[in-house]
Structure formats: structure tokens, C-alpha cells
Design a protein around this ligand. Structure first.
Ligand SMILES: Nc1ncnc2c1ncn2[C@@H]1O[C@H](COP(=O)(O)OP(=O)(O)O)[C@@H](O)[C@H]1O
Ligand SMILES: [Mg+2]
Length: 300
């Protein structure tokens, strides 16, 4: 439907049997808007306790406000997505949450503890780990050795870390590639390895930054159950994702970021049908055009 050029990859119908919603299938269908005065009273949880709360966080790079007064919550046990056009500030927000960047203002609270500006490895010890959009494994090392790096956060002995790595590799479908150098992996294999390295740190909250980027439709279909499996094991998952097939299939709720600010929160089907979200991705006036096209009985 929409290609990556627009920043949002919508799955076609054949690739996503579970996904029926798309842009233009009914605007403003009960989505919570964040651009008004009700902003601060919104709750992003599904009734459970917050594992993560971001409170009024901002970060500027020179004159650019990459993240502008963002507040959100992630419920323990949930699978939540963060979407938004390229350059919206999603990766920066993850860096602020996980301690790779310190916010100019605002706080980050993990499991009730203020961790604002705390170093990433300390946060990982507490149970929050992120993956990276650009995957850079230790190329000459084996898959097993790469995963063991994550395991070393909790275990000292090499043999123990390597043994743990084996179990993690199986969880992400790399069980038969353990002795390959990481450089021999395909893009899809490297994405699995990135996920495995993060899982080896035994996260309670896993922040996934576009783990499906660069994968073909079949690889995406194979990876979706892996992510779901991680969540079903009890890991809270917060995922930045452009691949809407995955968002529709996996996420219970979706936050939408545009130009550094949250503009919407809702169930996936509500979010992709929302006028503000459509305009953020496709430009001012698009929602009205889609609405007119729908009245004429079809998509443009
Ligand atoms: N370290 C940095 N220095 C300067 N500008 C940055 C830096 N990191 C990100 N930016 C800018 O901040 C904005 C948000 O970037 P990013 O968080 O990577 O967006 P997203 O992940 O949503 O695509 C972009 O305009 C980007 O160019
Ligand atoms: Mg990014």
C-alpha cells in the first residue's frame, strides 16, 4: 500500500492476514488525542502498573528540539509500539529512556525508581535493555560469543555465559548458527542476533528499535512470532516500528510521535485511521483527500 518512502511501511493484505485496518478506513475513530489540554491526564497503560514512565522529557540538538516535552507510560506486561515519521525523535526518546542520552528536562522512572540520566549498563542491570537500529555485532566473533556479551551482565564465568547464549539463540531461531562468525549472518540473522544480545541481559523491559527494518516480507512474518514469544515469556516490550504489519499484529497500543511531540495514543487500528497521524506521515491535507476518495467508493 504505502512504501517506505513515506516512512510507514504498510503491509499488503496477502502479507498480513491479521491486519485489516489501514489509512482511510474511517477517520477519528475514538483515538485519544494528545494535542489538547487533556494531554497530561491521559494514561498509557492498560490498567496495569507502569513499568516505565517518561515525564515531560525534552532533548535539543543545537536549535532542534528532537524530543519536546514527551510524557508516556508503559504498562508492565504490555506490548506497546512507538511509531512516527523518520526524524520524529523516536530513537532519541529511546536513548533518553535507556540512559544513552540525558534529557535537558523531565524525568524517566523505571519500576518506580527515578533513573534519569543513569548510565545504560546500570539500567540494564535493573532490567531495561535496548536494541540498536544500526546493528553492529562483533563480526569476527561467533554468534554464541556475541550473545554471551549480553549474558556477562549477570554472569561472570565465560562457560556459563556461553551456555546461556545457547538457550537465548534458540529462543530467537539462531540455535543452528551458534558457531558461525556474526559476519556470515544475513541481515535477518543479524537482527535476530541483536535481539538475542538484548535478551541475554534478561530484560524486564525490552526496547526494540526497528528490529524488522531491512527485512523482506517473509522474514518479517517469521520474526513477528519471535517478538510475540518474547512478550509471552513475560518481558514487557516497547517497540519502535515502521512495519505496520508488525504493529497491527503485535501491539496492544501505539504511541505516535511527530516532530518530537506525541500526537496520538490508541489501539493500532484506531491510530492508523486517525487524521492527525495520517497528516503527520503523508502531509497536510491528505486526510481530507482520503476521506473524499472514500466517499467516492475507493482508495486513491
Ligand atoms: N546526536 C545527534 N545530533 C544531532 N542531531 C541529532 C542527533 N540524533 C538525532 N538527531 C536529530 O534529531 C531528530 C530526531 O532523530 P531520531 O531520534 O533519530 O528520529 P527517528 O528515530 O524518529 O527517525 C532528527 O532530526 C535527527 O537528525
Ligand atoms: Mg530511529
Amino acid at each position: 500500500m504505502f512504501g517506505r518512502a513515506g516512512g510507514l511501511a504498510m503491509a499488503d493484505a496477502s502479507a498480513s492476514p491479521g491486519a485489516t485496518a489501514g489509512f482511510g478506513c474511517g477517520l477519528n475513530s475514538g483515538l485519544q488525542g494528545l494535542g489538547d489540554s487533556s494531554y497530561s491526564s491521559l494514561s498509557g497503560t492498560l490498567g496495569g502498573a507502569h513499568l516505565l514512565a517518561v515525564n515531560g522529557v525534552s532533548k535539543a540538538f543545537g536549535g532542534l528540539k528532537a524530543v519536546n516535552n514527551v510524557s508516556l507510560q508503559v504498562a508492565a506486561g504490555s506490548l506497546t509500539a512507538l511509531i512516527g515519521p523518520n526524524g520524529a525523535g523516536k530513537t532519541t526518546l529511546f536513548a533518553l529512556m535507556s540512559g544513552f542520552l540525558t534529557p535537558d528536562s523531565g524525568t524517566v522512572v523505571f519500576d518506580g525508581q527515578d533513573i534519569t540520566g543513569q548510565a545504560p549498563h546500570v539500567n540494564a542491570m535493573l532490567g531495561m535493555t535496548r536494541t540498536f537500529q544500526i546493528v553492529r555485532p562483533f563480526a569476527a566473533q561467533t554468534v554464541r560469543e556475541n550473545i554471551a556479551v549480553g549474558a556477562h551482565l549477570h554472569v561472570k564465568h565465560r562457560a556459563q555465559a556461553l551456555a546461556l547464549a545457547q538457550g537465548v539463540a534458540q529462543r530467537v531461531g539462531l540455535g543452528d548458527q551458534l558457531d558461525k562468525p556474526a559476519s556470515d549472518l544475513t541481515v535477518a540473522g543479524r537482527k535476530r542476533l541483536e535481539l538475542a544480545r538484548a535478551l541475554a541481559t534478561r530484560p524486564r523491559l525490552l526496547l526494540l528499535d526497528e528490529v524488522l527494518a531491512g527485512l523482506n516480507p517473509q522474514e518479517i512474518s517469521e520474526m513477528i512470532p519471535v517478538v510475540r514469544g518474547v512478550a509471552q515469556e513475560g518481558v514487557t516490550v516497547f517497540m519502535i516500528e515502521h512495519v505496520m504489519q508488525a504493529v497491527m499484529n503485535l501491539a496492544q497500543q501505539v504511541w505516535v510521535l511527530a516532530q518530537g511531540q506525541l500526537i496520538a495514543l490508541g489501539a493500532p487500528a484506531q491510530v492508523v485511521a486517525d487524521e492527525r497521524v495520517i497528516e503527520a506521515y503523508l502531509g497536510h491535507g491528505t486526510a481530507a483527500k482520503l476521506r473524499r476518495a472514500n466517499f467516492r467508493g475507493g482508495m486513491p
